[in-house]
Design a protein around this ligand. Structure first.
Ligand code: ATP
Length: 672
């Protein structure tokens, strides 16, 4: 069955071996995907297309993958699409000869520039037929557009978009516009693309016909899990796709491993509601408690060439935000190669017989020399005079980019909680106890600059409570509780794992975990809030459907300064109409709409099912969504993109957990 489908994929391909993949072929696949909501069907369409690419034009596989996830390069390179709608409307108007007024009216009605561009195209008489668009050409042009900056860049961008638009046929303009806007909205999640890539590689093998159906199924599942795991460790298709094309899935694990200079997806923690949950979860399992520092996650890389990089939770290169940290990192390795050798030789000469072997071992150069590493840390604002941690709000006043050392007012201390790579070896599959051992062995604490996360290993609830209180008194958010030994204590990139539990002080007060939401609209302020926005409409994100679903209105938790700052920033992102991928309830009618650019951390009293909001619609209830009661603004989350906001699935989980706890509490009351 599978081999037949792979043959038909090639037969139905609209281009010949060695030719460049027509953009139309990708758009046809997008169209098929957009027309269905069935996950397996979506996967099947993409797998078939990828098989054709692998057989006929393998050199285009990488660009096809990028276009399918609507990216241009690995995230850490920071090149992004997301062209503003006014520029896109201008390009449509100029390339079709239609009036801007009409395009704006269409946009108000349809909310989708892709459809408008497609419909506008078909109105356009053509004197001669331009050459069909190809994948390499479209990808290169998109990259060129994203790279343009400076004074005349707007005009250059419009010109390039116009040139592509006039070459578009059928539905191409629709997908091209959406790519330029930064959202394809065909219901193709990146995780589906990764699975499709793995399956297409397996199904393209010449020996595939010989496998039984059962064996093939196993191979497909195995391949998907290998590629997913490799991608979370090395999120770089530039390396993974060529490796897959050259070798097989089995070879991928060998050839594509965690590499300094390429930020891996961080391991994430599960929230807990009570200290007793920790004991329930870790019954008979060794665990450790660490301070949960309240700053910004910082993944620090030292590359083989000696250079350093600092990456955010979001894989953004933050090296220019922390020049002070970059400079002091050079001091962190305990001993340089020369010093280590000298010390060892010295000790061997003077006391070879009387020095215990363990002492000699710790002085061995292989252990002491940190040629390359990856550290998982939290950068925290630090008061040098008082020698104490400052709240996150202080850190957030630091400039985000191109910081000059002499201008730095807020000092930071780096708290390292994990070592993921050391001297050419990935430590991801080592247990935390071992990683921690290597961390303390190979790094030195430097007062107020670099420290190890404070930890405590008792399993007594009283000790955990005392440690939690101490962490809060030390200006931390609470605790991180982690498994220590065995296979349950490995580092799981990109996973929200139950092997890491987070206990925030507020959970225990019954307020619940904070939620990170996208600002999609605002209400004009009145009275004291005249001149700024008085309240906002927020949404969570559904990554499978690529939708923002409304979740609540918010008006509390803002200082006057916050209100002014939000107004100043967000008024630049006002859009005429809600995006077609905003899922809204009938009553969600703010005075202005925003493009999805900002993520805010919010706390609330609890979650409830609501006919007015649409968060997690279809998960807990078929038509109603979930809403937040008494939401309160906490802070801006600069380190999260809108796609990193709390997902609909997480919202549904929180709602269900809360219901479960209510039942538990009710039962307890009943017993009492
Ligand atoms: P999530 O990452 O779970 O979506 P989030 O980004 O809002 O949520 P938190 O819920 O605050 O983060 O918890 C995880 C974060 O805590 C980590 O991403 C890291 O930045 C921070 N952190 C502070 N101390 C530690 C520690 N000792 N171990 C691991 N993470 C820590």
């Amino acid at each position: 069955m599978f081999s037949k489908s792979s043959t038909s994929a090639i037969e139905s391909a609209s281009w010949k071996k060695g030719e460049q993949v027509p953009y139309a072929a990708l758009c046809q696949t997008f169209e098929l995907i957009e027309d269905t909501t069935k996950r397996l069907q979506i996967l099947d369409y993409l797998v078939k297309f990828l098989i054709s690419v692998i057989h006929l034009s393998p050199e285009s596989l990488l660009t096809v993958i990028y276009l399918s996830i609507n990216k241009l390069c690995p995230e850490y390179e920071g090149l992004e699409l997301g062209i503003g709608e006014s520029l896109l409307m201008k390009a449509i108007a100029e390339s079709t000869g239609r009036e801007m007024k009409k395009i704006k009216a269409d946009y108000a009605e349809l909310g989708d520039l892709g459809i408008i561009a497609m419909n506008s195209r078909s109105n356009q008489p053509t004197m001669f037929k331009p050459k069909p668009l190809t994948i390499p050409h479209v990808f290169k042009t998109l990259k060129d557009i994203a790279s343009l900056s400076g004074n005349s860049s707007q005009k250059q961008k419009v010109d390039k978009i116009k040139l592509m638009l006039v070459s578009c046929r059928n539905k191409e303009a629709k997908y091209l516009m959406r790519s330029l806007e930064g959202k394809l909205r065909i219901g193709l999640a990146e995780r589906t693309v990764v699975v499709a890539l793995a399956q297409a590689i397996v199904l393209s093998r010449p020996d595939i016909k010989k496998l039984s159906k059962e064996k093939l199924q196993l191979e497909l599942e195995d391949a998907a899990s290998v590629v997913k795991s490799v991608y979370s460790e090395l999120p770089c298709y530039d390396l993974i796709v060529p490796a897959l094309l050259k070798g097989d899935i089995a070879g991928l694990k060998e050839n594509c491993k965690l590499t300094p200079g390429i930020p891996l997806k961080p391991m994430l923690a599960h929230p807990t509601k009570a200290l007793t949950d920790i004991l329930d979860r870790f019954e008979n399992i060794a665990f450790t408690c660490e301070y949960k520092y309240d700053g910004e996650r910082a993944q620090i890389h030292k590359l083989d060439d000696g250079s350093m990089r600092i990456y955010s939770r979001n894989s953004e290169n933050m090296s220019t935000k922390y020049p002070d940290v970059m400079e002091r990192l050079e001091k962190v390795p305990r001993l340089d190669m020369f010093a280590a050798c000298m010390l060892r030789i010295f000790i061997m000469i003077i006391s070879a017989d009387c020095v215990p072997p363990s002492t000699l071992l710790t002085l061995q150069f292989a252990k002491l020399d940190t040629k390359s590493f990856v550290l998982d840390c939290e950068a925290v604002a630090w008061d040098r005079a008082q020698k104490c941690i400052l709240p996150f709000q202080v850190l957030s006043t630091r400039k985000r980019k191109e910081v000059k050392e002499e201008d730095i007012k807020v000092q930071v201390c780096i708290f390292a909680f994990d070592l993921l790579y050391l001297n050419g070896e990935s430590l991801l599959r080592e247990p935390l106890a071992r990683r921690r051992e290597l961390l303390t062995e190979h790094f030195n604490e430097v007062d107020g600059e670099f420290a190890f996360a404070k930890s405590m290993n008792s399993t007594q609830i009283e000790d955990i409570q005392t440690f939690l209180d101490q962490s809060v008194a030390d200006n931390c958010e609470g605790l991180m509780v982690k498994t220590l030994n065995g296979t349950e204590a490995t580092y799981e990139p990109s996973k929200r794992s139950r092997n890491w539990l987070k206990v925030k002080k507020d959970y225990l007060a019954g307020v619940g975990d904070s939620i990170d939401l996208v600002v999609i609209g605002a209400y004009v302020g009145r009275g004291k809030r005249t001149g700024v926005y008085g309240g906002y409409l927020l949404a969570c994100y559904d990554p499978d459907r690529e939708e923002y679903q409304s979740i609540c209105k918010i008006g509390t938790g803002f200082s006057e300064h916050d209100l002014e700052e939000h107004h100043k920033e967000l008024k630049e992102h006002v859009i005429a109409e809600p995006k077609s991928y905003y899922v809204l309830g009938e009553g969600n009618k703010p005075d202005v709409w925003f493009a999805p650019v900002r993520v805010w951390e919010i706390k609330c009293a609890d979650l409830s099912v609501s006919p007015v909001y649409k968060a997690a619609v279809g998960i807990v209830d078929s038509t109603k969504g979930i809403s937040l009661r008494f939401p309160r603004f906490i802070r801006v989350r600069d380190d999260k993109t809108p796609e990193n906001a709390t997902s609909s699935e997480q919202i549904a989980d929180m709602y269900n957990d809360q219901k479960l706890n209510t039942v538990k509490n009710d039962t307890t009351l009943g017993v009492d």
